[in-house]
Design a protein around this ligand. Sequence first.
Ligand SMILES: Nc1ncnc2c1ncn2[C@@H]1O[C@H](COP(=O)(O)OP(=O)(O)O)[C@@H](O)[C@H]1O
Ligand SMILES: [Mg+2]
Length: 246
Amino acid sequence: MTALLEVSGVSVSFDGFRAINNLSFEIGHAELRAIIGPNGAGKTTFMDIVTGKTRPDSGRVLWGERSVSLLKMSESQIARAGVGRKFQRPTVFEDQSVFDNLLMALRKDRAPWKVLAYRQSAEDRARVAELADEIGLGDQLHRKSGELSHGQKQWLEIGMLLAQEPRLLLVDEPAAGMTLAEREHTTDLLKEAAKTRAVVVVEHDMDFVRRLDCKVTVLHEGSVLAEGSLEHVTKNRQVIDVYLGR
Ligand SMILES: Nc1ncnc2c1ncn2[C@@H]1O[C@H](COP(=O)(O)OP(=O)(O)O)[C@@H](O)[C@H]1O
Ligand SMILES: [Mg+2]
C-alpha cells in the first residue's frame, strides 16, 4: 500500500534557525494520526509546508496514488487536490445560519454570485443535513452561527471542511478552549471522519490524544523523535526527557 502523504527529508530554516530538520514520515489513506511535541517543535510549520504556505529549503512532499509533488503546487491547487486545513480560530460566517454556512461550503467552488442565484437542490439540502448530523449540529441548522458556543463553531468549521470532501484533513489544536464534553465530542467526530479519509491532529492535551486512540508522532526540534501508540511513545526515554525539559 502506498501512502497518501509522504514527507521525506524536509528541512526549512527561518533566519538561520532550522524549524524543520530532515523531517520524514508517512500518512496512510484512512488514518487518524496525532502529532504531539513541545512548543516550537515544528508542528504548525509542518502543516504550513503541506498546505503550501511555507516552502521548504529541501526535501520532498508527495501526494496520492501518483506521488505528485505538493511543492510545485499553489495553496489553492493543494486545497483542490484534497488537503483541508482547520485553523485554530473558526472562520464561520457569524450572521449566517448553520445551514447556510454548510451550504456555502458545499458550493465553495462556485463564484459568489452563482451561490446567491443558486436554487438549492434536494440533494444539497440532504447533504447539508447529513453533514450537520455528522458534526452533532443536526438540531441547530437554523441557528445563527454567531450564537453557537466556541466548541459548536469549531465543529461547524470542521463540517465546512468536510463539505469539500478532503482526502486529508489537518487540524491544529482543536481542543483549545473547549469544555470537557466538547472535547469528547470532538474526538468522536475526528475518529468518525478518519474512517473515510486521513485526519492529522496536532494537540497538546494528552487526555484528548489518549481518547483519539491512534498512532502518535512526536516531533522535537523539527524531526520525528518517536512514533507509535501513545503508551509506546510515552515510555520512550528521549520523549520523557523532552517533556520534562531535560
Ligand atoms: N514564519 C516564521 N518565521 C520565523 N520563525 C518561524 C516562522 N514559523 C515558525 N517559526 C519558528 O519555527 C519554530 C517552530 O514553530 P512552530 O511550527 O510554530 O512550532 P509548534 O507548532 O510545534 O509549536 C519556532 O521556533 C518558531 O518560532
Ligand atoms: Mg503550533
